[in-house]
Write a protein that binds this ligand. Structure first.
Ligand code: 13P
Ligand code: SF4
Length: 375
């Protein structure tokens, strides 16, 4: 988390931002925040576009011009023309947007604390160290693929090492591409997306090893690296790791007609036991296209599950978990932070601007473009 916060504090200093709510509840009630947001968004409609990830809370999503999963939002970013893009999501998504938009456009993250715990599980220095060990351990060509949920410095690493980025929507296609370019795959930071996707593609678990950056040489021998086909980084999403095999079994026992659908960030056992898995957009589409009366237990972030339940009242949609599987960092983006971002643009003093240094962006863009070009 340190890299991110150092970067954010610097951003705050540069932009006169603050980690404290700029608009306090004493100044404006929650209801009044929404009223002013509606007004100011209309006033600045030629200057500002709001992007929102599916996990954002309803009050925030209601102000988004474009809603999507990571891949859709990255694709949209490349075609935006307004000077300000307010990104309601997490830090790595805003960074990606900054790299895909034009130099004169500014990307704003309403709350700079909105990070991603999985993204923080792989640091550039750790990847460099792991890569050096892997290169020493085998003569075979290793292609690195990073899940888009990572810092720009890691995207730059894959850009400079003939690799690509992937999202949960295109992981299979990108991994297939990677294994066509070389003999081995290094996949980071999410071990589960890597394992679930590779297994689906026919790679046995026995051909996969896990590199744990907290252990000497990742806890692996050179021989294990040399023998493997896939090296998975020891990273995970704490939200999706909350879904368990017992929950799948309990759901099926209670109602065998319930379809269990999960995000591929869930662990292998859960993903195998579920009826279906896919990205946030895949889950939404599956539910939208299902006939009235369908029943789904969904293994993903609670804001999306609750919104689907409200939207499709003719279907039964529940969370797979009895506990609140909330992405607390996504949840940090609140309407009053969004309003503060709008007010600052109106005052010509935009805050919380996310800027990726030019050299990192140059290398990352190679990998981002590779991802967007792979058919
Ligand atoms: P999607 O690309 O499926 O929206 O996933 C993003 C994410 O962070 C899931 O935890
Ligand atoms: Fe990161 Fe997990 Fe939140 Fe997605 S749900 S943004 S992977 S912490």
């Amino acid at each position: 988390m340190l890299d991110l916060f150092e970067n954010q504090n610097q951003q705050n200093d540069e932009n006169n931002g603050s980690h404290k709510p700029i608009i306090s509840e004493e100044e404006l009630s929650d209801a009044d925040v929404l009223v002013e947001l509606k007004k100011i968004k209309e006033e600045l409609k030629d200057q500002v576009v709001v992007l929102g990830h599916h996990y954002q809370q309803d009050d925030v999503i209601s102000f988004a011009d474009i809603i999507g999963d990571s891949l859709q939002l990255a694709r949209e970013a490349a075609n935006l023309d307004k000077p300000f893009i307010i990104f309601c999501g997490v830090h790595f998504m805003a960074e990606t947007t900054d790299m895909l938009t034009k130099a004169h456009q500014k990307v704003i993250l309403p709350d700079l604390r909105a990070g991603c715990s999985m993204a923080d599980m792989a640091k550039r220095s750790e990847i460099d160290k792991a890569w050096a060990f892997m290169q020493k351990s085998t003569k075979e060509k290793i292609i690195p693929v990073t899940y888009i949920n990572c810092a720009a410095t890691l995207k730059a690493f894959v850009g400079d090492n003939d690799g690509s980025i992937c999202t949960s929507s295109n992981a299979e296609k990108i991994i297939k591409w990677a294994l066509d370019q070389g003999e081995k795959l290094l996949f980071f930071p999410d071990q589960h997306l890597g394992r679930n996707t590779c297994f689906k593609m026919g790679i046995p678990l026995s051909d996969m090893v896990v590199y744990n950056p907290n252990m000497l040489n990742g806890g692996l021998t050179a021989a294990q690296i040399d023998k493997s086909k896939v090296i998975l980084w020891y990273g995970f999403c704490s939200v999706h790791q909350g879904f368990t095999l017992d929950q799948v079994h309990a759901t099926k026992k209670k109602d065998p007609t319930m379809t269990v659908i999960v995000h591929p960030e869930c662990n292998f056992e859960v993903t195998q036991a579920a009826d279906d898995n896919g990205s946030t957009s895949y889950i939404i589409e599956k539910i939208a296209k299902s006939p009235a009366g369908s029943k789904f237990a969904v293994g993903t972030e609670i804001n999306l599950v609750n919104r689907l339940a409200q939207e499709f009242l003719d279907k039964t949609i529940v969370s797979l978990s009895p506990y609140q599987c909330l992405c607390t960092t996504m949840y940090r983006v609140r309407p009053r932070w969004l309003l503060a971002s709008f007010r600052a643009i109106k005052d010509n003093k935009p805050i919380n601007i996310i800027t990726v240094p030019e050299d990192i962006a140059r290398s990352s863009i190679k990998a981002l473009n590779r991802m967007l070009d792979i058919k």
